[in-house]
Design a protein around this ligand. Structure first.
Ligand code: ADP
Ligand code: MG
Length: 256
């Protein structure tokens, strides 16, 4: 099922929505990202695959500046990400992120978790933020839980709230870093279904996952990383059935 999802391009620009040019990242002597060049089109779903320690999380974290980069540049919708300050908070809001651990605020209700960012960063009125939040909670199937606290929800429900919370900021791109790897097996599908839905609606997404079903259903492109570099890039179908590099063959042999 190659390219099953056709994305609508709403932008006249042919330049990528997320562009990385010659990005390098060091942690001390550790060269975590090696000359990453990547252009992600509006509406494109890029699946990032690779062994543990290959730099997948670091790639996501540099895209929304949770990590600074050592050199190179990162453009979001043509704008260079500032290193710090107010401009960074504003631009970071355009990049939604969902982590492996659910990261919800434990002492806030589900509804408050979703409205906090829009009220604080986007300066929305409470009523407006709540209305939008309820629509999003409805969309991810947890509206009935709005007044509960995170600990009262299952892992799958919490992860769907995390997705709603990121969407509430109306990001231009959504990053998912192994969003289902901390979930019990029976909850993986409910989260992946929400992500497939988002992809179908044209959201630009970078998804670190080894879920081949998701990659094949929703992915436009697979990027295989090893040792901080992009080693291979292909359509999901080609990547899974006909990996080119020894690293990819070896890795797929272990996970499939
Ligand atoms: P992946 O997500 O593919 O498992 P990571 O991006 O987490 O890989 O890590 C890539 C490499 O960078 C690893 O060797 C890891 O130990 C190292 N690394 C990641 N974050 C830090 C950090 N904050 N300080 C030092 N080294 C780090
Ligand atoms: Mg990781």
């Amino acid at each position: 099922m190659t390219a099953a999802v056709e994305h609508q391009s709403s932008a006249p620009s042919t330049e990528g929505l997320v562009v990385l040019k010659g990005v390098n990242k060091y942690f001390g002597a550790m060269h975590a990202l090696k000359d990453i060049n990547l252009s992600i089109k509006r509406g494109e779903v890029v699946v990032v695959i690779g062994p543990s320690g290959s730099g997948k999380s670091t790639l996501c974290r540099t895209i929304n500046r949770l990590e600074t980069i050592s050199d190179g540049e990162i453009l979001i919708d043509g704008q260079q990400l500032p290193q710090e300050g107010k401009a960074l908070a504003g631009l970071r809001a355009e990049v939604g992120m969902v982590f492996q651990s659910f990261n919800l605020f434990a002492h806030k209700t589900i509804l408050e978790n979703v409205t906090l960012g829009p009220i604080k960063v986007r300066k929305q009125k409470k009523e407006e933020a709540e209305k939008h939040a309820m629509e999003l909670l409805e969309r991810v199937g947890v509206a009935a839980q709005a007044q509960k606290y995170p600990a009262q929800l299952s892992g799958g429900q919490q992860q769907r709230v995390a997705i709603a919370r990121a969407l509430a900021m109306e990001p231009k791109v959504m990053l998912f870093d192994e969003p289902t790897s901390a979930l019990d097996p029976e909850m993986i599908k409910e989260v992946l279904d929400v992500m497939v839905d988002l992809a179908k609606q044209g959201m630009t997404m970078v998804v670190v996952t080894h879920e081949m079903g998701f990659a094949r259903t929703a992915g436009d492109r697979v990027i295989f990383m090893a040792d901080g570099a992009i080693v291979e890039e292909n359509s999901p179908e080609e990547f899974f059935t006909n990996p080119q590099s020894d690293r990819a063959k070896d890795f797929l042999g272990k996970i499939l």
